[in-house]
Design a protein around this ligand. Structure first.
Ligand SMILES: O=C(O)c1ccccc1N[C@@H]1O[C@H](COP(=O)(O)O)[C@@H](O)[C@H]1O
Length: 209
């Protein structure tokens, strides 16, 4: 399976345009006010006008369903990333309200119970495995990818958490059909929300598809 690329945490229009020119598969916008990458006053029309082949993804943390639906419509989102403690029923309700791809994120540490994923299997399109952090995401830290040996479901997943240019060899060595996409964020930044385009070009060129 081809490996997709998601670039997350965008908020500066000129920088977003440069990232869009690189044609990642997903581009992520953080709608969580507690984040340094919160979209704030980013124009919804600007986001809607981005090339339609790049999936515009909204990242939400324990947000009210009504607000998520409003943002999906306002910004023309193709995908929603649930990065809080949302139960499987939340994803089901969201899908009943709106036709949207749902990515459910989980913070992984040594204690993570992979059995809890069973309940989500029929309710979401993808899992996203990130490093466990009290800030919910954007930690810039890598979790122990060996823990993914405990993942037994068929559902494809995004790999996330502190991925850097230096991670590329290890990423390219992962031979797992379920490894669907790589998600990059804080390690490709000049400052929170502003991506280093040259570094992203290098990463994309080195990613084995
Ligand atoms: O980036 C954030 O500030 C953020 C805040 C709250 C939830 C998710 C957030 N970002 C997501 O975190 C992961 C990992 O990011 P990093 O590479 O460790 O910086 C990524 O999926 C972002 O979508």
């Amino acid at each position: 399976m081809d490996k997709r690329l998601k670039v997350c945490g965008m908020k500066v229009p000129s920088n977003i345009e440069m990232v869009a020119d690189l044609q990642p598969d997903y581009i992520g916008f953080i709608f969580y006010k507690g984040s340094k990458r919160y979209v704030a006053d980013l124009s919804a029309q600007f986001v809607k006008d981005l090339p339609s082949n790049i999936k515009r993804t909204g990242v939400f943390v324990n947000e009210e369903l009504r607000t998520v639906v409003e943002r999906v419509l306002e910004y023309g989102l193709h995908a929603v990333q649930l990065h809080g403690d949302e139960p499987a029923s939340y994803a089901r309700e969201l899908k009943a309200l709106i036709d949207i791809e749902v990515i459910k994120a989980f913070g992984i540490d040594d204690q993570f119970d992979f059995d809890q994923l069973d309940a989500y299997s029929n309710s979401v399109d993808y899992f996203l495995f990130d490093t466990k952090t009290p800030d919910h995401g954007g930690s810039g830290r890598v979790f122990n990818w060996d823990l993914l040996k405990k993942y037994s479901l068929d559902k494809p997943y995004f790999l996330s958490g502190g991925i850097d240019l230096e991670s590329i060899d290890e990423i390219n060595r992962i031979k797992d059909e379920r490894f669907y996409a790589v998600d990059v964020n804080s390690k490709f930044e000049l400052e929170p929300g502003l991506k280093d385009i040259d570094k992203l070009i290098d990463f994309k060129n080195m990613l084995s598809y």
